[in-house]
Design a protein around this ligand. Sequence first.
Ligand code: GRG
Length: 339
Amino acid sequence: MGTPQRDITIDTSKVPKDLLIEKHCAFLTGYGHSHNTYEYGTTDYLRMSGIYWLCTCLDLLHSLKLIDQEYIIDYIQKCYDKNSGGYSPCPNHDPHLLYTLSAVQILVQLNRIDLIDKQNLCSYIKQLQQDDGSFMGDQWGEIDTRFSFCAIACLKLIDSLDVIDIDRATNFIMNCLNFDGGFGCIPGAESHAGQIYCCLGFLSLVQRLDNLDLSTRNMLGWWLCERQLDKSGGLNGRPEKLPDVCYSWWVLASLKILGKIQWINSEKLSKFILASQDDETGGCADRPGNIPDPFHTLFGITGLSLLNIYDENIIKKVNPVLCMPEYIIQKMGIKMQLL
Ligand code: GRG
């Protein structure tokens, strides 16, 4: 290992060792019910993604029936901006690609794709593509490989990839490849596991993973598996950072796309994820002993799903590219490339 590790010590006598499914379902279904709290008010700007994290996690835990689906569909409709064709995180906010993808993912999961105005959504995404192939997240101009992924994932889910310039979009992604085999958010930006997931996911969805030669695939595989920390077994998102449960998704999904998920010590990682559960409230935190939230709960569960240590009757299989239950992707016949 080329860089020093920062890690945590887990007191194994105090942390959960079993999967607390019922507690997680209660945590997720109870989340966000009090609308007058400080936490609710300050999370407006990401609410659509929050609902996606909840729905996906509950579906993977065989408990989607526990939520009020009509309420969620009505909420999504209130966040639709028919002038642009995109969706906002909550009513009266601006539409953005991040929340447009979350809205589309939820509607697909709830089997209400019929509610999407495909033509309007396609023109929203198309006008965000720039001359260099990149995508702005919204009309205010930020560029990031996350937005390239969101654009392609939305279009793939509505079977409309051909409305954008895929060659130029792919060139932009390849321009974000770094000397260490990783990808950043724009050309020249530091490699980060979250951005690597977005870029590999993009290449997988457009079936262009062959753009990565053998030595790049190996170097990237090494970079990703070096994210596992010796002592805690958890994964970080870049060198010299602390472990965080969410990288159980960003790193493992990337390795799965590369066909190298076995390069991670699954026993150590699963113990780290289980130790990050809150045995009083349910839910997972970023690391053991911290406060749980739906984001880390989803990515803890999806990490365990990719590690394949629980039976499908306990955790359903997750699709490593779209982060949705695999049975839905199969049912829709969506194809992607995995190495
Ligand atoms: C459908 C799953 C899915 C995603 C949609 C939004 C998106 C596409 C991907 C996000 C990828 C990403 C950048 C993830 C990282 C999130 C994160 C924990 C960022 C924290 O960054 P720092 O720098 O944390 O604060 P570190 O861990 O580096 O200290």
